[in-house]
Design a protein. Structure first.
Length: 233
């Protein structure tokens, strides 16, 4: 693939702007930032970019992804100043990881489905953790609850504990708990948060097994609801 030097010059310009902002004659606010102080903005920008993508707004997505790209490069620049690592190392690490985790593209492995791709990814990832002595990565508590539940259930499925990939048993569990909820509501009895949480968790898992992310499903329905409210206003 031919490299478009003009395209990458634009990325370099972002890095040059960051350097100017961090210089003695630059911006006082930018000069005082540290990786620890900036990480919260990274999360905010990621959420705003995701919202623009989810809304299907290409113009807003371009702007928000630019904000996110700037924040990623800003953080790398801060680490470079502390001499912890350089941009080149970040690029090398992610390139090596992507090549290693896609042996069906860059190696001789053959796959018959996207599920096999996901299974291979998890096996390779687990092997990397074991060989490096790292503990299994923690699923951040800061993630939205539906997204975090999806990640936790995806990680647990396929292990000896489970039955988590058995749609029938998960659906039966959901129906049983739904019936309990219906009976409590009909009698005017109090409903526990634990029951509601179990219902949501079962529903997240059913969606996962069917190939959906509950977070995305709910966002899509909220868009419809918001559209209906706007039309009624």
């Amino acid at each position: 693939m031919q490299v478009d030097s003009g395209r990458w010059n634009r990325v370099r310009r972002i890095y040059e702007i960051i350097g100017r902002l961090r210089s003695e004659s630059g911006c006082p606010w930018d000069r005082k930032q540290t990786p620890e102080s900036v990480q919260t903005y990274l999360i905010e920008e990621a959420h705003e970019a995701a919202a623009a993508v989810r809304a299907g707004l290409a113009g807003e997505a371009a702007e928000e992804l630019g904000d996110l790209l700037f924040m990623v490069l800003f953080l790398i620049h801060l680490y470079e100043e502390r001499q912890d690592f350089r941009l080149e190392e970040v690029c090398d690490l992610i390139c090596e990881k992507m090549i290693r985790r896609h042996p069906h593209v860059f190696g001789d492995t053959t796959v018959a489905s996207t599920q096999e791709v996901k299974d291979n990814w998890e096996k390779i990832k687990a092997g990397e953790k074991a060989s490096s002595g790292k503990e299994e990565s923690i699923i951040p508590e800061s993630l939205p609850a539906l997204m975090r539940a999806y990640r936790m259930l995806s990680r647990t499925s396929g292990t000896k504990r489970s039955g988590l990939d058995d749609t029938g048993s998960r659906a039966a569990e959901f129906v049983s708990r739904s019936r309990t909820l219906g009976e409590l509501v009909t009698r005017g009895a109090p409903v526990s948060g634990e029951l509601l949480g179990d219902l949501l968790l079962a529903l997240v898992d059913i969606a996962r097994i069917q190939g959906f992310r509950a977070e995305d499903c709910l966002h899509e329905r909220l868009k419809v609801l918001n559209g209906n409210e706007s039309a009624d206003a």
